[in-house]
Design a protein around this ligand. Structure first.
Ligand code: FE2
Length: 262
């Protein structure tokens, strides 16, 4: 059995990718589908978030695709999740999400693939047009209602706020479904200016984002303030051996991610 401990060079290049683009992708991270290597990597980077009902000694969520997957587990549902970062409805958010692909989608690489986009590039794309600049101002200045459950009272957050280094850099809190559900709950319908802003972010991410092949053993690490990610539609046929992903979350880093020279 190979060592679950990541090589120092792996950590260095992973952290460098997180600094420069807000995400890191390792196509051949580990053959260890137990999740142990994933947890060891997470603990090397920081303290781990323990989801409710999960063993603190092995704080990993395993996905189970199903036609009737819970609304509260978008990673289990057949449709694409849509551009988001994780824990967008939580006031305090785990800083990193680690997604490991234990088993690929049986229908081939276009199914269940990851998409990822750097928030810096999404913002650059928006800043390139007058309409986009107006959307950025709106997202900086407006409290938006968010709901993860689609029920109850939404929480108010700004989708854009100063975060991280260098000073003035913006971080993004975004999940189209949660903002649309929050707006429905708050206003009875989605105000046109909110729908327009959500669509603009999603459209910019479509423009600058990448689809990442997710072969078994691949790992995607995303900074929840500085990248958006997505999972494309996945097979839920119970007669097939379905896609399986392991998810682990870093609550806080041992060392901040700092651009060179700062
Ligand atoms: Fe996610």
């Amino acid at each position: 059995m190979p060592s679950p401990y990541p090589a120092p060079a792996t950590i260095t290049s992973l952290r460098a990718a997180l600094v420069s683009q807000g995400y890191a992708y390792l196509r051949a991270f580990s053959p260890d589908a137990t999740g142990r290597s994933l947890v060891v990597l997470g603990r090397t980077l920081g303290s781990l978030h323990v989801p409710s009902d999960v063993d603190p000694a092995h704080p990993v969520l395993k996905t189970h695709p199903a036609a009737d997957g819970s609304y509260l587990a978008p990673f289990d549902r057949p449709e694409a999740i849509g551009w988001h970062n994780d824990f967008s409805t939580h006031p305090e958010r785990p800083v990193l999400s680690l997604a490991y692909l234990a088993r690929p989608d049986p229908l081939g690489p276009e199914h269940g693939a990851w998409r990822v986009a750097s928030c810096n590039r999404v913002l650059d794309q928006l800043h390139a047009t007058p309409d986009g600049r107006e959307i950025v101002r709106f997202l900086l200045d407006t409290d938006l209602p968010y709901s993860f459950t689609g029920d109850g009272t939404p929480s108010l957050f700004r989708a854009l706020e100063p975060r991280g280094a260098p000073p003035g850099r913006l971080g993004m809190r975004f999940y189209g479904r949660a903002i649309r559900d929050g707006a429905r709950l708050a206003y009875g319908t989605i105000p046109e200016e909110i729908e327009r802003a959500v669509r603009a972010v999603e459209g910019a991410a479509d423009q600058v984002g990448h689809v990442l092949a997710a072969p078994p053993g691949a790992l995607l690490v995303t900074d929840n303030w500085h990248s958006l990610h997505d999972r494309l539609p996945q097979c839920v046929d119970p007669n097939l051996s379905l896609r399986c992903s392991l998810l682990c979350f870093v609550e806080a880093l041992h060392e901040p991610l700092t651009p060179p020279g700062l």
